[in-house]
Design a protein around this ligand. Sequence first.
Ligand SMILES: [Zn+2]
Length: 487
Amino acid sequence: MAKEKVTFEINKEKDFSNWYSEIVKKAELGDLRYNIKGFIVFQPWSVLAMEKMFDYLEEILQLKGHKPYWYPAVIPEKNFLMEKDHVKGFAPEVFWVTETGAGEKLEEKMALRPTSETAFYQMFSIWIRSYKDLPFKTYQRAQVFRYETKATKPFIRSREFYWIETHNAFDSRENALKQAKEDMETTKEFLWDQLAIPFIFFERPQWDKFPGAEFTFAADTLMPDGKIIQLPSTHIISQKFTKAFNVKFTNEKGEEEYCWTTCYGPAVSRIFAAMISIHGDNKGLIFPFNVASLQAVIVPIYNDKNKEKVLIEAEKVLNELRKNKIRSEIDLTDKTMGEKFYYWEMKGVPFRIDLGEKEIKEKKATVFRRDSGKKTIESISKLSEFILSEGKKQLKSLQEKTRKNFEQGIVSADSIEKAKKQLEKGKVVKAEFCGTSMDSAECAEKIEKELNASVRGTKFGENEKPTGKCIACGKKAEKVIYIAKSY
Ligand SMILES: [Zn+2]
């Protein structure tokens, strides 16, 4: 039987789009051949990593006081119609469930949830009574459905995606704002501390908010092709929704008030897409150590004579690694050595441990680190210790690399012409602009039309001061904005 040679060599810098499609296929992350357009099958190699990502996020959220819920995937139409901006924003993307298998029309249409504010708030109105119930912090891990009309791309945009949505109620606007800041902290603890994904938190301009929100803050990162991708966003919903849904509490003075709410939506499948895109190289994937579903793979090197001996030793090494909570496996396939090496490089496993008779005799093993390509000979008794400490270094060095690329990806421009040139080179453009209230929506429209790019907003928390004129209308600039091509 001819063995398939597993190689992966695609120039990511030259042709990112092709690299991405190929790695999704080759590493068996998702299968696009499911027979409904816009939906894909998520395969074990992506699911296992995303499970780890969910674990991290849920742990952080629970430590910050959010309680998990599982809501129905269907939302009655009347909930949906309660808040007009929300309906307007989401209506075109909703999948409606309208009839039974027996062909009977349902009494009321139900939406497959595109997001669950209108499901959560309906119950909030029942559960929340007094200031003593607040803050009321919830979340659910769920998939949502949106009838996307833009071209779909696995993990980046599809008609069903996996996320966490938090929904929270507070007794004041101030506490709602505090929550948004806490969400930004959570984003940092997750995206940067665990996944080495650099990002900027933008305050979205008024014309580009989540439908029904007062403020929207979103973390954007830069993909290798120079396009921005939106990762988690957090929204101050204000009292619009709580008035619509009658979510009230009695304050300490015995008076009734409407709650203030926020929501936060890290789309894990999309974050996964950004992570593999940013870290991968021409040989394939590179998983950050903490979310790699397999952190170390042992490749035993043997012949017919010493096979048993080598495998016994490999088993011992495996047990030791597992005892130290390093997710590991032995490669027992009958592929050639070369094929095994290519395969695990392509799959992005952070460490490979090569173990042969010679090494065993010397009580040593060769450890190959995927991201740096560095090989180290380490004594078998210290393998776990070594891998755990190198795992931390791996994360640090991924951070250094991605931070540098991110910073180099942002440049300033003081005219539409210059901005255009930079965008063509795959850069994000920083520019001065007249404002972010609805008054400036026209300028933004002009920019977006002429540059075929989007205005991402202002950098949150930095209060960047402009000194010149609006790039679009020439009036005195009030804000510094960022313009980018986006997913
Ligand atoms: Zn302007």
